[in-house]
Design a binder for this molecule. Structure first.
Ligand code: CP
Ligand code: NVA
Length: 305
């Protein structure tokens, strides 16, 4: 079966648990990493910049004995040089997986509709599932369990928040989201995550949202592709900065999380992100471990036909 992962609700809770277990196991014991991609290529398509996603994906593929092929933003011309469907048909004739970072989520849907190999979302305007997996692995490592832990996300209800909502729903993490008016998480995402059994609470006041939580998460105020709105967003998000005041509303052992890249002095202060309760480097490192387990899962499912 071709398992496309455009958002985390494409996976079952059992598949997410298995990705987390394998990621943790292979992180502890690299000698046990399977050669799941031996002799196979993985197309890594990027329409936007990336540090963590590109590097972690390349190393994930290499350590599964596969061949990662990084494709620069200007190379394919998806929708201009040729259609998303034709790109997917072409890449799928050489590669066992197509993984893509795109501006418009619809491009991933067009690719997965015709692709004979799994399509994985490496970030779109709508979601960032690979980030969500690394985040729940990080929470599991920090606390020993994910279920019942409480995470407050403070800031833009964006692609990262959407995938966190599904990651939380599929692992029993309780999520509280605080966003300025007009920048809330898409109600359809909230409803879908709740339908999966997720506990998602929307609380506009950031201090109230952070009350007693185990971790506080934020992301940039203007995502890639929203640069023209940066100034107007700076004004709208001014009360949603994660600073020492927000962190002191959280539990006394609370961790700070951020997917990175970060803008110190905007969504987070340097004192918080560079402080001793910052988990951001653990999150970044876990991107490789969870990407490896996800690639291994989709290629194994594809081979099970
Ligand atoms: N967190 C994340 O996806 O980082 P990059 O944009 O650098 O890949
Ligand atoms: N929301 C950010 C995440 C970057 C990893 C963006 O889309 O630019």
């Amino acid at each position: 079966m071709t398992l496309n992962v455009l958002e985390l609700d494409d996976l079952t809770a059992i598949q997410v648990a298995s990705v987390l277990d394998n990621a943790a196991q292979w992180k502890r014991d690299p000698a046990g990493i399977p050669q799941a991609l031996k002799g196979k290529g993985v197309a890594l398509v990027f329409e936007k910049p990336s540090a963590r996603t590109r590097l972690s994906s390349e190393m994930a593929v290499a350590t599964l004995s596969g061949h990662p092929i990084y494709i620069r933003p200007e190379e394919l011309g998806i929708g201009t040089r040729e259609t998303a469907e034709d790109v997917a048909r072409t890449l799928g004739s050489y590669c066992a997986i197509i993984a893509a970072r795109v501006f418009d989520h619809a491009v991933l849907e067009q690719m997965s509709a015709v692709s004979n190999v799994p399509v994985i979302n490496l970030l779109s305007d709508r979601s960032h599932p690979c980030q969500g997996l690394a985040d729940v692995l990080t929470i599991r490592e920090l606390f020993g369990t994910v279920e019942g832990r409480r995470l407050a996300y403070i800031g833009d209800g964006n692609n990262v928040t959407a995938s966190l909502a599904f990651a939380a729903a599929l692992t029993g993490l309780e999520l509280i989201v605080s966003s300025p008016p007009g920048y809330e998480l898409d109600p359809e995402v909230v409803e879908s995550a709740r339908n999966l059994g997720g506990s998602i609470t929307l609380i506009q006041d950031p201090i109230e949202a952070a009350q007693g939580v185990d971790a506080v998460y934020t992301d940039v105020w203007a995502s890639m592709g929203e640069e023209a709105e940066a100034e107007e967003r700076r004004v709208a998000f001014a009360g949603w900065q994660v600073d020492d005041r927000v962190m002191s509303a959280a539990s006394k052992d609370a961790w700070f999380m951020h997917c990175l890249p970060a803008h110190r002095g905007e969504e987070v202060t340097a004192s918080v992100i560079d402080g001793d309760r910052s988990a951001v480097w653990a999150q970044a490192a876990n991107r490789m471990h969870t990407a490896r387990a996800l690639f291994a899962l989709v290629v194994t499912e594809a081979g099970a036909d």
